[in-house]
Design a protein around this ligand. Structure first.
Ligand SMILES: N[C@@H](CCC(=O)N[C@@H](CS)C(=O)NCC(=O)O)C(=O)O
Length: 210
C-alpha cells in the first residue's frame, strides 16, 4: 500500500513514542499530527472518527486507519522496507511479544502511572513497591544485548519510552541502577537516533527536572 503516513498523538505519550521509534528504525517518513488527549475539553471531535475511544496514537496510511500500538507497530514492520523489527526465531518472537504485553500490563500501569505520574504531583508512588518484581522479571526475560533476538526489535521500542519516564524520577533511576543489564540496555537505547529524535521534553538537555 502506498500513500502518506500520518501519526496522530502527542510527543509526551509513551505509546506515540513507541510508534515514532519504530517508524524511525524502519526509515519511514511520516507526519505527526498533534492530538492532546489530556486537554480539558478532550481530543478534538474529528479525532474520534479515527479512534472513538479517544486514545493516542492512531496511524493512517492510505485508506487504512489503525489504533492500538502493537497493531500499528506490527503493521509498520511488515508494510515497509527496512530492517526486520521482529527476530527471525520463533522463540525469540514469542519472547518479544511477551515483553510487549508485560510492558502494557505491568510497566505502564505500575511504573508510569504508579510512579512517574504521582511523582509530578508529589503524591505517594505505589508502583515503587512492585518495581523490583517487574524489573527483575524484565531483566530475566531480556536477551543479552536487546530485549529479544540479536538486534533492536519492536520489544525494545515498546519498553524504552516507559522506562525513560520511570528513570526520570530519582527513585525510579535508583531502582533501575540495581539491575545492571537493564541499566546498560537503557544506555544503549539512549544512543539510537530513533530514541534521540523522539525524546520527551523532560529528556532534552535544556529541560528542568520533572
Ligand atoms: N492500548 C492503547 C493504549 C494507548 C494509551 O493508553 N494512550 C494514552 C496516552 S500514552 C492515552 O491516550 N490516554 C488517554 C485515555 O486513556 O483517555 C495502545 O496500545 O495504543
Amino acid at each position: 500500500m502506498t500513500g502518506p503516513v500520518d501519526l496522530f498523538g502527542a510527543e509526551y505519550s509513551v505509546y506515540v513514542r513507541i510508534c515514532r521509534i519504530v517508524l524511525a528504525e524502519k526509515g519511514v517518513e511520516y507526519t505527526l499530527h498533534p492530538i492532546d488527549v489530556f486537554a480539558s475539553d478532550g481530543p478534538p471531535q474529528d479525532y474520534l472518527d479515527l479512534n472513538p475511544f479517544g486514545r493516542i496514537p492512531s496511524l493512517r496510511h492510505g485508506n487504512l486507519v489503525l489504533y492500538e500500538t502493537d497493531a500499528i507497530t506490527a503493521y509498520i514492520d511488515e508494510a515497509f522496507d527496512g530492517p526486520d523489527l521482529m527476530p527471525a526465531g520463533i522463540q525469540a518472537r514469542a519472547r518479544a511479544r511477551q515483553i510487549m504485553r508485560l510492558a502494557d500490563t505491568e510497566i505502564y500501569r505500575h511504573l508510569v502511572w504508579g510512579v512517574c505520574v504521582p511523582s509530578r504531583e508529589n503524591a505517594a508512588m505505589p508502583g515503587l513497591e512492585r518495581a523490583g518484581l517487574i524489573l527483575g522479571e524484565l531483566q530475566r526475560l531480556a536477551g543479552e544485548n536487546w530485549m529479544a533476538g540479536d538486534q533492536v526489535s519492536l520489544a525494545d521500542a515498546h519498553v524504552y519510552p516507559m522506562l525513560a519516564y520511570f528513570s526520570l524520577v530519582p527513585e525510579g533511576a535508583a531502582k533501575l541502577a540495581q539491575f545492571d543489564r537493564l541499566a546498560q540496555w537503557m544506555e544503549q537505547m539512549r544512543e539510537l537516533n530513533s530514541v534521540i529524535f523522539s525524546r520527551f521534553s523532560e529528556e532534552k538537555p535544556s529541560a528542568g527536572s520533572l
